[in-house]
Structure formats: C-alpha cells, structure tokens
Design a protein around this ligand. Structure first.
Ligand SMILES: [Zn+2]
Length: 339
C-alpha cells in the first residue's frame, strides 16, 4: 500500500480540497465586493442627482466647496455613520476620519471621495471584510491540509499517536509568514489603494470630459471588477502556498526529509510546472517559488513525501503494527488523536 500512486492520488485530492475551501471564501468576498460596488455607485448617483447639469457634472462644479450647512450635514450624517462602523482600531480609517473631521472647507468632489474611501476601508478592513475572509479561508486551508496529511501519514504507518493541535496563536504566526515579499494582508491593502486610485481617476475623467452617469457607472464597474479578479488570484495563489506549507510541516514532523513535486498534467499546466514535475528536493531547501509551489500566480502544483526504498519497507512493517488506523475514517482519527 505504501506506494507512490497512493500519495499522488491523495495529494492531488488534497489540493483540490484546499481550492474548494478557497472557493467558499471567494464567494463570500464576491458578495461583499458587489455590495460595496452598489453602495459606491449609489453615492455617485446621488452626486449626479444633486449637481449635474444636463446629465454632466462639469469639473468646476465638482470642485466647488460645500456650503457651511452642507459641511455640517456631511459631518453629522456621513461621518457619524462611519464612526459607528467596527473599524475603530484600523489606523487607515482613523487617519481619514481625523483628517476630514477638522476641515472647514471641503469640496463636493473631496466629500464624494471621502465617502468612497470610507466604504472601501470597510470593504477591505472591517468585520466581514476581504481581509477577514482571506484570513479565515487560509486558516481553514492550512488546518485542513495539515490534519489530513497527518491522517494520510498515519494510515500509511509513517506516524502514530497524538498530533499537536494548531492553536490560534500558532495560526497567527504561520499566517504572518512573508514568503513573497509582503504578507498577504498587506497585499490586500495594496489592492484597496489601487482600486481607490482607479475610481478617483475615473471620476476625474467623467467630470473633466462631461461623461454621463451611465458612462461613469460603467467605468466604475469595470474598475471594481478588476479588483475582484485580482482578489481571486491572490486567494488562489496564497491557498496553494499555505496548502504546500502545511503539508511540509506534516512531512517534517513525520521525520520525512525529502519531497517530490507533483504537477497536475493537463493543458492548463504551465511550462514551469511541467519542468518541475517529479523533481525531488530536501526539506532543508524548501523555498516557495524556487523549490516548491506556488511557482507562479494561480499555480495548482503540489508535493508528495519522498521515501527511499529502505524507508518504504520500514513503513510497511510499521503499518502492519498499526493496522487499527487503516479502518478509521478521518473524523474517528481526528477525535482520537488530535483533540
Ligand atoms: Zn504551476
């Protein structure tokens, strides 16, 4: 039973499972993104309804200062609403709120931009935000892969007995691991800033060139759709990274010191991953992007533990001593050895 075929089957299946977990969180993010998109479009519609002349808001009208009464209304309603959001410990939000609260002169366009920015901060950093969904999704991916790999190893007789539980603290440490230059949470904030800048540019363009509300809406939707596909790629790639990383942790804890690259070979497989398929590396040389997946954005390649012949034999002996595990389901094993 201790065959390479077994591990190829298991490992490919586990990668698919991780991407299914990711899909669940991507669907939640989509919903949050669509709601924010609708809110932003509505704010722009209100702006046009208030200030448009023949379905256009000339730039000089957009740059007009709000009257004292309008400033007061803006501070009392819009800012109050955002003060109540669960963002109080977010430094970006605090900065914006403070900056705008102390101003006495605010142009119409600055007011609109501030409203959009606050909605974007909520989308990316509040409760139920993209950052929160990413964190929860990657935690689930990591835990699922780690425990399932341990279970697969137990079934093969490579490990036995109790398994260390992954605590919240351990997860926090693992998820802050910076493997590609920036933590994933920082990357998400990078998306927020890019999207916000793109929205502002589109609004400026609309007012400067006299675009109608219909054409402005279309442009804003395009910009926010880009941020949606960017977020999906980020989650897919991070999922592959944390999936591989969890499997590595399981291999190391099982005393396995080498692993083999396993690429799903189909028409979608990249040239890099075709070339990596079947390569064997030492655990001590594990380096995402160089000796381990992800090798590129949206990578689906995974790893399998590598055993030499002697270890296969030893594994088979241990397995027969551990025969009880063979008949256990994952849930039975988890209840007995992890909890
Ligand atoms: Zn790949």
């Amino acid at each position: 039973m201790m065959s390479k075929k077994y591990w190829e089957g298991r490992s490919a299946q586990r990668e698919i499972e991780s991407q299914l977990i990711a899909s669940k969180y991507i669907a939640r993010m989509d919903k949050a993104l669509r709601e924010a998109q609708q809110d932003i479009l509505q704010q722009i519609e209100v702006f046009y309804a208030k200030y448009a002349v023949e379905n256009q808001v000339p730039i000089e009208l957009a740059r007009k200062y709000l009257t004292a009464k309008e400033v007061q209304a803006f501070k009392e309603t819009d800012l109050e609403r955002f003060r109540e959001l669960s963002l109080s410990d977010n430094p970006r939000y605090k900065l914006l709120l403070n900056e705008i609260s102390y101003r006495t002169r605010i142009s119409r366009l600055e007011g609109l931009n501030a409203q959009i920015e606050m909605r974007m901060i909520e989308l990316y950093g509040g409760l139920n935000s993209l950052q929160q969904h990413t964190y929860s999704g990657l935690t689930e991916v990591y835990q699922s892969t780690y425990y399932h790999t341990m279970f697969d190893l137990a079934k093969q007789g490579v490990v036995s007995g109790a398994i260390d539980v992954l605590t919240d603290r351990t997860m926090k440490e693992i998820l802050s691991y910076n493997w590609s230059g920036l933590e994933f949470s920082e990357r998400i904030w990078g998306h927020q800033e890019q999207t916000l800048a793109a929205i502002r540019k589109e609004l400026e363009r609309s007012f400067a060139t006299g675009r109608s509300i219909q054409r402005t809406t279309k442009a804003i939707m395009e910009v926010t759709d880009v941020s949606r596909s960017r977020a999906e790629t980020l989650i897919r790639t991070e999922t592959n990274f944390f999936h591989t990383n969890a499997a590595q942790q399981a291999y190391v804890e099982a005393g396995i010191d080498q692993y083999e690259i396993l690429a799903t070979l189909d028409r979608r497989t990249s040239a890099i991953c075709r070339g990596q398929d079947g390569q064997v590396y030492d655990e001590k040389d594990y380096e995402p992007g160089k000796t381990a997946p992800p090798f590129h954005p949206n990578c689906r390649t995974t790893t399998i533990p590598y055993f030499d012949e002697a270890e296969y034999m030893e594994g088979e002996r241990r397995q027969s001593a551990n025969g009880l595990i063979q008949s256990m389901t994952y849930e039975e094993w988890y209840d007995k050895y992890v909890k």
